[in-house]
Design a protein around this ligand. Structure first.
Ligand code: ZN
Length: 84
């Protein structure tokens, strides 16, 4: 999730007109910020549904409760998962 905020923040920084003598945003600032939000959303959705992302959760095969994706031991029933 950190990368999403990083990209949105980067797009805001990029949309700022640093060369201007007076503080102002570029005229195309909304487009750049929108592009950054779209890219961040795509990355977030891709990570969410890739199946390999750390956002994914799974269920214990023994008790069926939701557990962390990288858990080796079920925190509820103690079932030990075989290593892949
Ligand atoms: Zn369990």
């Amino acid at each position: 999730m950190t990368i999403v905020f990083f990209i949105i923040g980067l797009s805001v920084i990029l949309s700022y007109n640093w060369g201007s003598p007076t503080p102002e945003f570029r005229t195309d600032a909304p487009n750049i910020i929108l592009f950054g939000i779209v890219v961040a959303a795509i990355i977030y959705i891709a990570a969410r549904y890739s199946g390999q992302g750390r956002f994914r959760s799974r269920h214990c095969t023994a008790c069926g409760r939701g557990i962390p994706f990288d858990a080796l031991l079920c925190p509820y029933c103690g079932f030990r998962f075989p290593l892949p």
